[in-house]
Ligand binder design. Structure first.
Ligand SMILES: [Zn+2]
Length: 448
């Protein structure tokens, strides 16, 4: 019996190795073939131009197809000669950069590996067009919107942005069969009711208010199932799904409605791994889908794999979760008639200590920027998770300016409970050095 099982399995493994596009192989070849060199969030328009120059030198067709509001060039890259038309675009939100690097790496890989059977098949069966960085103006200052302050992804109907008009034109003139709408979601997005980060999320966009599916949507679900299967080798449990809520002015919905059923892929975060790792995950996903379309194995995909992925949740994860803190707030005297009691009176008045967990998030920045933090939540956060968690049960916590407030930037001072400190002494901050200070995302000394 064992022998009978062994044979088909070994044959399957052999066949997979011949095809040469197992997730593991894609994982390896990314590093050997990539032309992205820096963290995606550091990539501005000039860097994209350098990447695209590299693609051109490899022999790919790269053409300027339009300009942004601030007159930056927007490019489209083409690979393949096949009848099936696949269109991918990235970074319509300027601060959502991961897929731009992944697209560039995918195109470089395809062009360099046409001698591989499966790549040749993609070249013959599919024509790929990709627009990396649709919103170069937003990318320049790492912000979501374009230079008119319009969210391009809410401009599919009004078409007041040059970037939105271009995107529609590229679709309408070419009529692709599948669209890939590539974004980033915030790093605190979690998978279902778990405390796990959603590192990659999928949505098969139906593009109608009634949630009606079609054969093309079922195919896209199978493709998502295959991409999820491949990514499960690396980030199982960190894959989420968005629910289908129709947005009449968004591009994904309209692409689907106009005849290009679209797959949304949102890259989140994965604590402990850098952005490049998620570029790699995107690379694996795209090539898995393209290969399955080219060799027809998309028919073997399973919609249920996609449908069984938990929906994303938000607000359950923090960068830093400080647990069981005894918070003391300084009760500042309130100014009356707008004048007068602006200073701190003697003696200082403090609240009784109360126990709470503190959820702290970092502001979204380019990699390497100094982290600025803000208080996201205060209270019983036992059902929440932090990428880093600290137990502050032995400490009093006082905000540097006296009061812990939601949303505020903050510097938290931690004092061991065993110390005898007269909080009412106006000179207490100078007389008593805190045992640890949390500022700019870091503790000065670890809590014990
Ligand atoms: Zn987005």
């Amino acid at each position: 019996m064992k022998f009978a099982l062994f044979l088909p399995l070994s044959f399957l493994l052999f066949a997979m190795s011949l095809l040469g596009q197992t997730p593991k192989e894609l994982f390896e070849v990314w590093d050997k073939n990539r032309i992205s060199t820096i963290q995606p969030s550091q990539v501005k328009h000039e860097q994209v131009k350098r990447y695209l120059e590299g693609l051109k030198q490899l022999g790919l067709k790269v053409e300027e197809v339009g300009r942004s509001f601030e007159n930056r060039e927007i490019y489209q890259v083409e690979f393949g000669t096949g009848a099936m038309k696949i269109f991918l675009w990235s970074q319509m939100h300027g601060n959502e950069p991961t897929a731009t690097s992944a697209l560039v790496d995918m195109l470089a890989f395809l062009q360099k590996n046409k001698d591989k059977d499966w790549v040749k098949r993609i070249e013959e069966k599919i024509t790929i067009r990709a627009v990396p960085m649709l919103n170069p103006d937003g990318a320049e200052i790492f912000t979501r919107r374009n230079a008119q302050q319009i969210d391009i992804n809410r401009d599919a109907v009004a078409l007041e942005t040059p970037e939105g008009r271009l995107l529609k034109k590229l679709r309408d003139e070419w009529q692709p069969e599948i669209g890939f709408n590539l974004h980033n979601q915030n790093i605190w997005t979690s998978v279902g009711d778990t405390k796990k980060q959603a590192s990659i999320s999928f949505l098969v966009v139906l593009g109608n208010e009634d949630g009606l599916s079609s054969r093309a949507h079922e195919r896209n679900k199978r493709l998502c199932g295959l991409m999820i299967g491949a990514l499960n080798e690396y980030i199982k449990g960190n894959i989420g799904r968005y629910d289908e809520s129709y947005n009449p002015v968004a591009f994904g919905d309209n692409f689907s409605a106009w005849g290009t059923p679209t797959i949304l892929i949102e890259t989140g975060g994965l604590h402990g791994k850098d952005e490049m790792y998620l570029v790699r995950m995107n690379f694996i996903a795209y090539l898995t889908a393209l290969n399955a379309l080219a060799d027809g194995t998309e028919k073997n995909g399973n919609e249920a794999v996609y449908e069984n992925i938990p929906l994303n949740s938000s607000g359950r994860l923090f960068n830093v979760l400080v647990k069981n803190a005894s918070i003391i707030n300084l009760n500042k005297p309130r100014a009356e008639n707008g004048e007068g009691a602006t200073g701190i009176e003697t003696p200082l008045k403090f609240s009784q200590p109360f126990t709470a967990d503190i959820g702290i998030n970092f502001e979204r920045r380019r990699t390497g920027a100094i982290e600025s933090t803000f208080i996201r939540e205060i209270g019983d956060l036992s059902n929440y998770g932090g990428f880093e968690e600290f137990d502050a049960a032995n400490y009093y916590v006082i905000e540097k300016d006296g009061e812990l407030n939601l949303g505020s930037r903050n510097e938290l001072h931690f004092y061991k409970k065993s110390r005898k400190i007269d909080w009412t002494d106006p000179a207490f901050p100078t007389k008593n050095k805190p045992d640890s200070v949390f500022a700019n995302g870091k503790f000065s000394k670890s809590l014990k």
